[in-house]
Design a protein around this ligand. Sequence first.
Ligand code: GTR
Length: 402
Amino acid sequence: MAYRYLLYMLFLAMLPALSYAQKETHTDESKVPDFSIPDLFVNLKGQEIRTIQDWAQVRRPELVHLFEENVYGTMPKAMDAQTFTVVNEDKLAMNGLATLKEIDIEVTYRSQSATMRLILFIPNQRKEAAPVFLLINHRDPENIDPTRKIKMGFWPAEEIVSRGYAAATFHVKDVSDDDKVTFTEDILSKLYPEELEKENGMRGLGAWAWGAMRAMDYFETCQDINAKKAAVIGHSRGGKASLWTGASDTRWAITISNESGAGGAAISRRKFGETVERINTSFPYWFTDNFNKYNNNEALLPIDQHMLIAAMAPRAVYVASASEDLWADPKGEYMSLQLGTRVHREIYKMTGDFPKEINSPGNPVHLPYAGHHIREGKHNLTPYDWNLFMDFADNYFRFKNE
Ligand code: GTR
């Protein structure tokens, strides 16, 4: 008896070590396991995908569906009504350079409604409807202060406007709080409660992407905005949501991921930095429940994150990393971009390719259909990154005009 008790106590004492071992992470390239990556160009029936038609009608929808089922959850589309109410307008914002509009977007479904606030600065000096950058903001609201008393590099609205773009943003809390308990409080409990019951239901990141789509609904009604020239951008967890937005909603011309890492641009199978298990443990409310099946079992995933990048094709995609942000796996993010944009090159025959090895800080690679840079320094979204995104967009939209 005493012996069994001793064994039991020993087992209990080892438990934390055991679970720690499972969630162990590393940033050591020599520990990256061998892995084989699912083939972009073979569909679930084993058929080869080689034409634009097969890509657009068969493979792309199949991939988006696999991401819904296994990673981000389904994206509810049902609504009974949607209204846009300008609650504040200042035609002389930013010393007369921009018009500020704050818009309440209200969605009603089955007699319940939810409202999100869109903040939008539209440049006043322009000949035509303005192209727009929408930032999915998960950071403190002071980062997107509409009064501009506080100005943060995370959302350099003045610089965005000075380059001829409208600067738009919303706070994720309006659609789903970034918190494991209260994330249900907005659209999930009010509009789509059945999602919470489903193993493949929408969770936090999916809700943020839903919010970005509602902003796009507004852009499509606003004559000062050119909704055909819209870029969606997010940093880190916001970047995961931004990629999911662009992958599932083809209205976005450019999708930008800034240091989105695990569950974003980084290849899951590399298990470098944050892993699937680690992210599902720390943030159980971001991904759909099914994603847990792949904890420490990435080989079982029917997709990997390069396929999320591929789902943008033929639209443009930009992936940015930071040299000290190993947690987000810059190399894995680059690998996704290289592999995912094979669709642009091999199916859509677009020209230009990424160098085999990741470019060094200070040497961005801007191709006609995709961009990449790695910034010197830590995990953050800075004016340096924004300027490169705008350089890329300048070229991309100029090219599209020609
Ligand atoms: C970290 C998380 C990352 C990333 C980051 C962020 O704690 O592990 O996946 O999303 O937060 O959003 O800054």
